[in-house]
Structure formats: C-alpha cells, structure tokens
Ligand binder design. Sequence first.
Ligand code: GLN
Length: 548
Amino acid sequence: MSKNEKFTTKYVFITGGVLSSLGKGIASASLGLLLQQRGFSVTMMKLDPYINVDPGTMNPFQHGEVFVTDDGAETDLDLGHYERFLGYSLNKKNNHTTGQVYFEVITKERKGQYLGKTVQVIPHITDEIKKRIFSFEGEFDFVLIEIGGTVGDIESLPFLEAQRQINLELGSSRTINLHLTYVPYIKSAGEVKTKPTQHSVKTLMEFGIRPDILLCRSESKLSRDVRQKIALFCSVEENSVVEVVDVDTTIYEVPIMFAKRGLEEIVLKKLNLPESKLEIETWNKFVNRIKSPKHEVTIALVGKYTKYRDSYKSILEAFIHAGSINNTRVNVELINAESINEETVDEILGNVNGILVGPGFGHRGIEGKITAIKYVREHNIPFFGICLGMQCAVIEFARNVCNMADANSGEFDKSEHNVIDLMEEQKKVTNKGGTMRLGAYPCTIESGTKAFQAYKSKDISERHRHRYELNNNFKQDLIASGMIMSGHSPDGNLVEIVELKNHHWFVGVQFHPELKSRAVTGHPLFISFIKATLQSNNKTNRNKKAEN
Ligand code: GLN
C-alpha cells in the first residue's frame, strides 16, 4: 500500500526491440528494485504474447523453467527474476498471456455477455488487457509492465495498443515508456551502429508509442556522440539514453549499474516525483560477495534438461544467493543423467563437492540419477534432491538398503514396490492436469533434523508442482532402515522431506525450495547445503585425509 494517500499508481511500460534475449526481464526487475529501494511500493507484470493459456504446458527445453507462484499459477520464468529482485511473492495477477486474454473474451462471448455486438481486438481484447494492467490500481505506487517479445511481432500488437491507450488516458504524469534496444559493435567498421535502434523506435512510433527512456544494450560503453545521435534520431532526451553494458560477472550487478547512471532518478523526474534516498548498501555487499568470494565449491546438477541452462534457472540462481551468503563461489556443472552408470559415476562425480538431483517428468535418465545417489550416499557426499530428485533418493534407498530390488515410482513402472505413487484419490482423476499438486502448501518439520537446523522453524510453506508422493505403505520399512521423514503435511499424511541418518548432509524435498530463494536472503536449505559442501567428503578430500 502506498504510504502517501494521495499517490496515484504510476505505470512503467518496458518494451524491447531489435532482437530477443537482451535481458528485458533483468532490466525491468532491476528498475523495480531501485524504485523499491527509494521507498516506493512496486509490483511487476509480464505480458506474454504467446497463445498458450499458461506456460505449464510448454517444454522446458524450449521455454526454460516453469515458475510456480504461491497461488499455483504456472508462469513465465521472468516472474522468478521479479520475485528474486523484489524479494516478495507475486501471484497469478502478475503474468498474463495472449491465450488467457482471448480465453476470457471468448468465454464471455459464449455466455452472451457482449449482447450481440461484434467482438473485436479493439476494444474487446485491448479492454481485457487494460483491465488486467489496472488490477493493481491503488495498491502499489508503481506497476512495471514488461511486454514480451520484440516490437513489430504480430503477436504483441494488442499489448502495444493497450499501452498506447493507457498513455493517452493517464498522460505523462502517470505513465512512462522504456524501450530496450541493441547497439551492436561492428568490428569491420570499427564502430557501434545505431541504425537498428533507430528502426526499432520507428516501429514503436508507428504504433503511437513514444519512448521516454531508451535502454541501449551494448558490449561496451557508448560515447557521448553516440548517445547524442540516438537521442536526436529517436526523439529522446540525451540524458534518457541509458547504456546497458554487459556485466561480466553477475546479473545482480545490473541494478548497481543502473543506479550509477541514475535510471530511477530519470524515471522519478519525468513523473514529477520527489527524490528520496536510495538504500543500496545491502545489495552492494551481496554483489561484492558474489564477485570476490573467499571459498569455492563445485556442485553437479544431475538432470535431463542439461542443454539449456534456463530449464534450471531458479536452482542456479538459488546457488548464487546461497553462495554469496556462504562467501563461496558455486560452480554448477550440469550433468546429463543418461551419462551416469556404475562405470562412469566415480569419474563424473568423484571430485564434486555435492550433488543436486533436480526436478523432472518422465523416465529418461532415472537410472543414472539413482546410480549417482547411491554413490553419494555410500561416500557421504552432500546430496540435495528436489522433487523428482527426492523421489529418486527414496527409490535408491528402497532398492539398495531395504532390499526391494524392483522399487520404482508408479510414474515409470508398475511394480510390487511402488515406493513413490499416486495417492488413492488421485488415481480416479483421469485428466492429467487435474492431479497436479500446484502452489504453496504448509509443511511441519521435526525438530532435531537437518531441515530444522536449516529453517530454524517448525512451520514452513513451500511451493509444489508434481503428481506423485511417497507411498505411505512403505514408510515404516524406509524408517526402519534409517530414512528420516523430517517434514510432513500438517495432517501427517504426506511426506514432504526425507533425510538419512549417519550422513553428512542428505536431504530430499518433495517441494521446490528454489522458487522461494531471493537475492540477499537466499533459501535456508540451499544455504545449509552449500555450507555442508564446504566440508565435502569428495575424492580429493578423502585422499587428503588418507595421506595425513
Ligand atoms: N514427475 C514427478 C511427479 O510428477 C516429479 C515432478 C517434479 O520433479 N516437479 O511427481
């Protein structure tokens, strides 16, 4: 809520041009953070031009990770950046796709709510988009709206039209347009080229949108001449041409770079808002520890989507946060589970300080994951299992410690020992989407466990995205052989966390802790895992011990 009663919500639009992957999500989140650190309340919204009603159905190989919110929305991974930078939980109102907008309009049409009118892109689709953008009115000082894709894409047209109309309706004291472009350095010409930026701005203007601020991504600093040229040709004030130079180490440096250029000050000035003090010291310290840490560890992330790092985006970011808190550089090696077997495991995993077996769907790579878990269990190397990774840990333990040779998950094989399975009531649901446990659920933690040591609390809440659960029929057998069930749903019915007795650090969780790891504060389990890897019992350390 705004501290100032009279404050009306301001709308900051962020579009992109020239090419994709310029880091619009990070740029938006960085500006959000800076406004927040100047004392304003900020929320962020991503408008995705694709027709999918939610990104949950999209292949992680193509689209990266699906980010799940507390209220169970399966959203674009940019929401993850927003949460990590802003430091609080967003919800389904913060991400909208073209598919959702059309779905809503068509549903209304089917119900006869348009009273026989011709239903059109303008005004019906655009009104639906505007309704969603205005859904935070009065609740926050700033709403930052990032429009996915690049200007000129057919798909994003209705979003840009909504932006144009809002510009017109609210005027320049309540809306501001930022446009992120690319200024390439052409080696043969020995100079940077501003033409792509000029064209991109021209396209934007064809839609009736005039950028107030240009964020110019480039490999190197832009000279005054270049910024003047861009300003002149794009009709933007010179001091509003802000270079975004590639940061060499970490995306968390982007807000610091923006602050040096005074980006949020320009925004405040254009909106006639008073300048307040920027609180950036804690963030600076967080970034300094990422850039020059005291220690270093290597973690193997064993999974199946290893060709595309964005598939594990939140896990990789959670390692950066936990690394900073432990003053440690965390190198993450993405290992394809299919490359691991009894012959290769020692060579592949022998020298890492810890392994994380990640989430996933489908049977590919399962046996490799189980072999990896057996190796770290037997060698007392820190292990962290997330969702499918936890399920594999239970299967491994059942097979190799509880003598259930055919143990498996009902997802992969129907066997006598489906130690992981659908719950009885789920089995009746045939629609796949209907059986997924999605969003935040409470969990109660047993004291005296590794989980309790990490969270320092009995009651936690974590996000879920899975169908299968630890099968309670085998719970007692697993416990009798030394598995600890350290977290349960409050009714005690679902196992949420497993650990091993007599192991340095072996924790598997049914939920997705990575989705709640935030910059500066990190996540308790990741922090605790990295701490454990600093004293890893890997091959190097075992050899050292043997020599002494
Ligand atoms: N495939 C498993 C399930 O549906 C695990 C899902 C996951 O790792 N997110 O339960």
